[in-house]
Design a protein around this ligand. Structure first.
Ligand SMILES: CC(C)(COP(=O)(O)OP(=O)(O)OC[C@H]1O[C@@H](n2cnc3c(N)ncnc32)[C@H](O)[C@@H]1OP(=O)(O)O)[C@@H](O)C(=O)NCCC(=O)NCCS
Length: 178
């Protein structure tokens, strides 16, 4: 299996991956299309998983903001990720996440956030963000599904030490709500 950067001629196959992965629901394929056309896109972090010449998975990691009072810094969010149902459980999702983490770290980013299954993402180093004084106000989700992965060791402690407000807030860009 090959993990590589998405190309423009992959886009239709990627749409079909998300449609199949999410049971025909269009929300995730549309979200991927919107992110691709937005300022939040980091082209190297739109990854496909290819097996025998066929695209079986896709994952996007794109820009969001971490807000502390009036100050905001760029951070990353992982969404969407999907693997075709017949290809699930064979490591494509894990390989996409691991390559995304590796690339994001080498690009100099410090954190990746996501909203996801608490039984799946901890194996890749994600943990609940609330424990580090970070909150998500835009979505009403249980604390354990709002997760963060440090790319630089000690980054969450460093942020907590310099924080001016009681909590830091992750803010997804408007792209996620359009
Ligand atoms: C989640 C997903 C991307 C994982 O991709 P994958 O290629 O199947 O993952 P891998 O083969 O690397 O890992 C398989 C593991 O993921 C687990 N897993 C898959 N879907 C899961 C889910 N919805 N909740 C919890 N665990 C899940 C499997 O149980 C398996 O765990 P095990 O190794 O302990 O048996 C894929 O299953 C998928 O596209 N699901 C539908 C869309 C979706 O839910 N996307 C994520 C939204 S948060």
């Amino acid at each position: 299996m090959l993990i590589r950067t998405e190309r423009s001629d992959d886009i239709e196959a990627v749409r079909q991956v998300h449609l199949a992965a999410f049971g025909g629901r269009e929300d995730e394929s549309r979200l991927a299309d919107r992110i691709r056309g937005s300022a939040g896109l980091v082209p190297e972090l739109s990854l496909v998983a290819e097996r025998d010449g066929e695209i079986v998975g896709h994952m996007l990691i794109s820009k969001a903001e971490l807000v502390d009072g009036h100050a905001a810094e760029v951070t990353l969010v992982l969404a969407p990720i999907g693997v075709r149902p017949e290809a699930q459980g064979r490591g494509a999702g894990g390989a996409l996440i691991e390559e995304g983490i590796r690339r994001a770290a080498s690009l100099g980013y410090k954190l990746i956030f996501l909203i996801g299954h608490p039984s799946y993402y901890p194996r890749f180093g994600f943990k609940p963000a609330v424990g580090s004084g970070l909150v998500l106000m835009q979505f009403d989700v249980p604390d354990d599904v709002f997760m963060v992965r440090e790319l630089a060791e000690g980054e969450l402690d460093r942020l907590a030490a310099v924080r001016k407000e009681k909590y830091g807030e992750l803010k997804y860009p408007q792209t996620f709500f359009a």
